[in-house]
Design a protein around this ligand. Structure first.
Ligand code: IPM
Ligand code: MG
Length: 365
């Protein structure tokens, strides 16, 4: 099997964590006997500096020509004051829309070795394992009219029937493979668009009688995620609510540096760590590569149908953490402080060991 991947390292630590993820991808490709072909392109501030645009047609075309896209991070204070359409963030939004990536998957799970480094209590966290399923190409992020003048600013939270239907269907399908429970998060007590959302989710639910459906208002959901995160399995929500709730859910893992994501459409898919470009630590070997590496695991799983490879990577991350290796963002007393590269190499060693033992039939996942 040959897979074409467009790499978009982007800005700041995006470059270092992409390098780490590529190293891991190459190792896995080696072990599982597939061929990966990489094409690296600019995005965000890096693209703006060279081309005067945060996303060029060339970059977009490369994504269209690939089996999957891997993105590091885009953004930084240097480009904060540019007009809206030239900001690195605009590139990300345009890319999501152009590739039709309507499903955003952000897992919130506990790494056993990190349970004490979360700001939440161990008893609250233990056993937590859910995904935030965020609608990514509609809602207030893209609705029109939008704008501001001297006296007023406005945006439009808008969803079409099809947009809600397809993400709802995705949520029920995913829940069926997991804990069989969907919590649909909205603000139907105030917003018409949310009532519309809720009606459609219930209609789609009729096709999935084996999956439990619960509605929850977004303010309550924000509280429930930190009060009792174990209650969630698939948390389905719209673009803006999902943006906020996935950051809250991010703290369950202890650090944003641990959180992977997948954005999937009917034709294309993109994988990226949830964290940003962290310009304050860029280029110093301090970045945590695990979110990027875990995003690569999602790529093997969702884009290439290699679930086993994904499991090996995840298991290697767990083992590396259990061995006490920590980048500064997750460091705690008694652990070994390591660089981006050392962490990456340790994960690779663990991948090889797990793969080798598995190949010999000694260890099964
Ligand atoms: C995210 C980010 C983006 C978003 C920004 C950078 C445009 O916060 O991926 O969660 O709001 O979607
Ligand atoms: Mg966000």
């Amino acid at each position: 099997m040959k897979c074409k991947i467009t790499l978009l390292p982007g800005d700041g630590i995006g470059v270092e964590v992409t390098e780490a993820a590529v190293k891991v991808m190459n190792q896995v490709a080696d072990n599982f006997n597939i061929t990966l072909e990489f094409n690296s392109q600019l995005i965000g501030g890096a693209s703006y500096e060279k081309n005067g645009s945060p996303l060029t047609d060339e970059t977009l075309q490369s994504c269209y020509d690939s089996d999957a896209v891997f993105l590091g991070a885009a953004g930084g204070p240097k480009w904060e004051n540019l007009p809206h359409h030239l900001k690195p963030e605009a590139a990300l939004l345009k890319l999501r829309k152009a590739l039709g990536l309507f499903t955003n998957i952000r897992p919130a799970k506990i790494y056993e070795a990190l349970i004490d480094s979360s700001t939440l209590k161990k008893e609250v966290l233990q056993g937590t394992d859910f995904i935030v399923l965020r609608e990514l190409t509609g809602g207030i992020y893209f609705g029109t009219p939008r704008g501001f003048d001297k006296n007023r600013g406005w945006n439009t939270m808008e969803y079409s029937y099809e947009e809600v239907e397809r993400i709802a269907r995705m949520a029920f399908k995913m829940a069926r493979e997991r804990g069989k429970k969907v919590t649909s998060v909205d603000k139907a007590n105030v917003l018409e668009v949310s009532q519309f959302w809720r009606n459609i989710v219930h209609e789609v639910h009729k096709e999935f009688a084996d999956v439990e459906l619960k509605d929850m208002y977004v303010d309550n959901a924000a509280m429930q995620i930190v009060r009792n995160p174990k209650q969630f399995d698939v948390l389905l929500t719209s673009n803006l609510f999902g943006d906020i709730l996935s950051d809250i859910a991010g703290m369950i893992t202890g650090s944003l540096g641990m959180l992977p994501s997948a954005s999937i459409g009917s034709k294309y898919s993109l994988y990226e760590p949830v964290h940003g470009s962290a310009p304050d630590i860029a280029g110093q070997g301090k970045a945590n590569p695990l979110a990027a590496i875990s995003s690569a695991a999602m790529m093997f799983n969702y884009s290439f149908g290699m679930q086993k490879a994904a499991e090996v990577i995840e298991e290697a991350i767990e083992r590396t953490l259990a061995q006490g290796l920590r980048t500064p963002d997750i460091f705690s007393e008694g652990c070994r402080s390591v660089s981006t590269e050392e962490m990456t190499n340790a994960v690779i060693e663990n991948i090889n060991e797990i793969y080798h033992n598995q190949a010999l039939g000694v260890f099964t996942l």
